[in-house]
Ligand binder design. Structure first.
Ligand code: SAT
Ligand code: MN
Length: 576
C-alpha cells in the first residue's frame, strides 16, 4: 500500500501527504481548513448542529454515465451496456492528466471499510484524493481510518481508488474502472457518485465483478427489516433506480392503522449478499451513511431521513438562507424569504428556476437514524426473505406482483424499466430499461450478470421470494393511483405475508397478485377501492407493447443472454 501511495505521489506531485486516521481531531482540523478555503459553509449551529454546506461546480452535479468506463481486457467482457476502454490506453491517458495534478495541493490517503469490521463480506478500500470535501464525505459514508488500517493487516488486498479534481473540466472527466486490477481512477469531478469511490465504483461496479467470481451478489438495493406487533422480524431487499424512493422505503414510517408495526433500516442504497450455511441469502450494507436526494424529503414523506440529517450532515447544492439554514423544494413549510439558490444567487419564491438542484444531496451518518436496525453491524448480515424490484412507471406496471419463481423473478428484474431522473445526466422522464437498477453499475457484461443471478439459485436452498412494485402508476387524468410513502407499508405487509405463506394470491399472466380485498386501505385519506383496483389492473394491450420494448435490451444483449430469459419472455407472451 505504501508503495502504491509513493507511486501516486511521484506522479501527482502534491505539496503534502496526509494519512487519515479517522479521529475526531482530524475531522475538526480538516473541517476548519475546508471552511477557511470556502469549500464548506458552516450552517446555523442551533438549527443544524455540526452541519455544513457545499456548492459543487455547476457543470458537476450528477453521475456522468457517458464518462464512466469499464476497462477490461476485451470489450466483450464489459458488454454492450457499458462504455469500454482498453486498460493500457486508459492508464496512459489518465497518467497524462494526473501528471503533476496535485501540485500545491494535499494528497489525502483514506483507508476505509465497506461493511462492518470482522465480516467475511467486508472489503477494504484505500482512496487517494486531493479533495477535502471527499475526505469529510467519506468519513460519513464509510468507516474510515484506524478501523480500516487494523483490518488491512499484512495480506495487502484492498481496492485502489485514485481521485483528483484537476480543474473540474467535463472534457477531462473520467470514472475509469479496472476490475482486473481491483482499481478505479476518477478525474475532473467533485460530485458524490463520481468521487466517493467506495460507493458506486467499489461497492457496485468492482464488487459485482468480484461477486461473480466469488459466488456472491453486489446489488443496488436497500435493505429493511419489518417487525410485526408480535415481534416477528423479516428482512427485505429492494432494487429501485437512483432517485426512485429507496431511502424513503428503507426508513418508512407505518401509518396510524398499522399500530405496533415497525420498519427498521439496514441500508438505503447497496446490498452485498452471500449464501449462508442454512441456504438462505445473507445481506450486509457496506456503507455507514446515506447520500440521499434532498428535494421532496420532509417530515411527512420521510421523518426518519429528516431526523438523520438533523446533525453532522454535509448538504450539497441545496438552497441556503442568510441565517445559515438549508431549504429545498418539497421541504416542510414555505420557502424562506432570503434564499440563495444552489448557485448562490438570490432566489425569489415563484421563480421558474429551482432553488435547490433536483439532484441536491445530503450525506448523513446512519447512526443518526432513529429506526436504524439493531443488526446493522452484525458481521453475519441479515437473512433476506424477499427481493423487490421496482421502477418509476406512469403506466402498465401494476402496484405489486410476485414472480412465480427465482428464474421468472430474474426475468422480471432483467426487464425492469424506469423513467429517468435527475440522478444522472440525461433526458428526465423517458423510460429506459434498467435491469435490476444496475444498468449504470454492473462492472461486467450484463448478459453474464443475468447468468450469475441464475447461478445463485443453485447456491440457495431457501432463496428469497421475488416481487415487483410500482408506486408511481397514474390514472388517465394524470393522478397517482397509489399514495406511496408510509402507505407502502400496506403492500410490504402483503409481501411479508406471502413470504410466510399466510395470504392467498391470484395467478395472473404477470405472476401472483393480490386482489383489492387483500390490501388493507383502511384510514388512507381520500382513497378509494376503485383507485386500488385501477392500480392493480393488468393492461393487456399495454403489456404487449411492454414486451416489445423489453426486446430492445434483449436484442442488444442477445449474444450473451441466458436462454432461460428468452424462454421466460416466450412464456409471458403466451400467457398474455
Ligand atoms: O449520485 S450517486 O451515484 O452517488 C447516488 C445515486 O445515483 O444513486
Ligand atoms: Mn443509488
Amino acid at each position: 500500500m505504501r508503495k502504491w501511495v509513493e507511486e501516486v505521489a511521484a506522479l501527482c506531485r502534491p505539496a503534502n501527504i496526509h494519512w487519515c486516521n479517522g479521529s475526531e481531531e482530524e475531522k475538526k482540523a480538516l473541517t476548519e481548513l475546508a471552511v477557511a478555503a470556502g469549500i464548506l459553509i458552516p450552517l446555523n449551529p442551533d438549527k443544524h448542529p455540526g452541519c455544513y454546506y457545499h456548492r459543487s461546480h455547476a457543470n458537476d452535479v450528477a453521475r456522468v454515465e457517458e464518462r464512466t468506463f469499464i476497462c477490461t481486457k476485451t470489450a466483450q467482457e464489459a458488454g454492450p451496456t457499458n462504455n469500454w476502454a482498453n486498460p493500457t490506453e486508459m492508464y496512459q491517458k489518465l497518467n497524462g492528466l494526473l501528471n503533476g495534478a496535485m501540485a500545491g495541493r494535499t494528497l489525502y490517503v483514506i483507508p476505509y471499510l465497506m461493511g462492518p469490521p470482522g465480516s467475511p463480506l467486508t472489503k477494504i478500500g484505500v482512496e487517494i484524493t486531493d479533495s477535502v470535501y471527499v475526505v469529510l464525505s467519506m468519513r460519513i459514508m464509510t468507516r474510515i481510518g484506524k478501523v480500516a488500517w487494523n483490518e488491512l493487516g499484512s495480506n495487502g488486498v484492498f481496492t485502489k481508488g485514485l481521485h483528483s479534481m484537476l480543474d473540474i473540466n467535463p472534457e477531462t472527466r473520467y470514472i475509469a474502472h479496472f476490475p482486473q486490477d481491483n482499481a478505479v481512477i476518477s478525474t475532473s469531478s467533485n460530485y458524490g457518485g463520481n468521487v466517493l469511490l467506495g460507493k458506486k465504483c467499489l461497492a457496485l461496479r468492482l464488487a459485482s465483478y468480484l461477486g461473480r467470481d466469488e459466488g456472491w451478489m453486489a446489488e443496488h438495493m436497500l435493505i429493511l427489516g419489518v417487525e410485526s406487533p408480535t415481534g416477528e422480524k423479516t428482512y427485505v431487499a429492494a432494487a429501485f433506480p437512483s432517485a426512485c424512493g429507496k431511502t424513503n422505503f428503507a426508513m418508512l414510517t407505518p401509518p396510524e392503522h398499522y399500530k405496533g408495526w415497525k420498519v427498521t433500516t439496514i441500508g438505503d442504497d447497496i446490498a452485498w449478499m452471500r449464501p449462508g450455511p442454512d441456504g438462505r441469502l445473507y445481506a450486509i450494507n457496506p456503507e455507514a451513511g446515506y447520500f440521499g436526494v434532498a428535494p421532496g424529503t420532509n417530515c411527512k414523506t420521510n421523518l426518519n431521513a429528516m431526523l438523520s440529517l438533523s446533525r453532522d450532515t454535509i448538504f450539497t447544492n441545496v438552497a441556503l438562507t442568510k441565517s445559515g439554514e438549508v431549504w429545498w423544494e418539497g421541504k416542510d413549510g414555505e420557502p424562506p424569504a432570503d434564499l440563495l439558490d444552489w448557485h448562490g444567487k438570490p432566489w425569489i419564491a415563484g421563480s421558474k428556476e429551482k432553488a435547490a438542484h433536483p439532484n441536491s444531496r445530503f450525506a448523513a451518518p446512519m447512526k443518526n437514524n432513529p429506526v436504524l436496525d439493531s443488526e446493522v453491524s452484525n458481521p453475519t448480515g441479515v437473512p433476506i426473505s424477499a427481493i423487490i424490484f421496482g421502477g418509476r412507471r406512469a403506466t402498465t406496471m401494476p402496484l405489486v406482483f410476485q414472480a412465480f419463481n427465482w428464474v421468472h423473478g430474474t426475468y422480471v428484474g432483467a426487464t425492469m424499466g424506469s423513467e429517468m431522473t435527475a440522478a444522472a445526466a440525461g433526458k428526465v422522464g423517458t423510460v429506459r430499461r434498467d435491469p435490476m437498477a444496475m444498468l449504470p453499475f454492473a462492472g461486467y457484461n450484463m448478459g453474464d450478470y443475468f447468468t450469475h443471478w441464475l447461478r445463485m439459485r443453485k447456491l440457495l436452498k431457501n432463496p428469497p421470494k421475488i416481487f415487483h412494485v410500482n408506486w408511481f402508476r397514474k390514472s388517465a387524468e394524470g393522478e397517482f393511483l397509489w399514495p406511496g410513502y408510509g402507505e407502502n407499508m400496506r403492500v410490504l405487509k402483503w409481501i411479508v405475508d406471502r413470504c410466510k405463506g399466510r395470504v392467498p394470491a391470484t395467478e395472473t399472466p404477470l405472476g401472483w397478485m393480490p386482489e383489492a380485498k387483500d390490501i388493507d386501505i383502511t384510514g388512507i385519506p381520500n382513497y378509494t377501492k376503485e383507485k386500488l383496483e385501477e392500480a392493480l389492473s393488468i393492461d393487456i394491450e399495454g403489456w404487449k407493447t411492454e414486451v416489445m420494448l423489453q426486446d430492445e435490451l434483449f436484442m442488444k444483449l442477445y449474444a450473451d443472454l441466458p436462454k432461460e430469459l428468452v424462454y421466460q419472455r416466450e412464456l409471458l407472451i403466451s400467457r398474455l
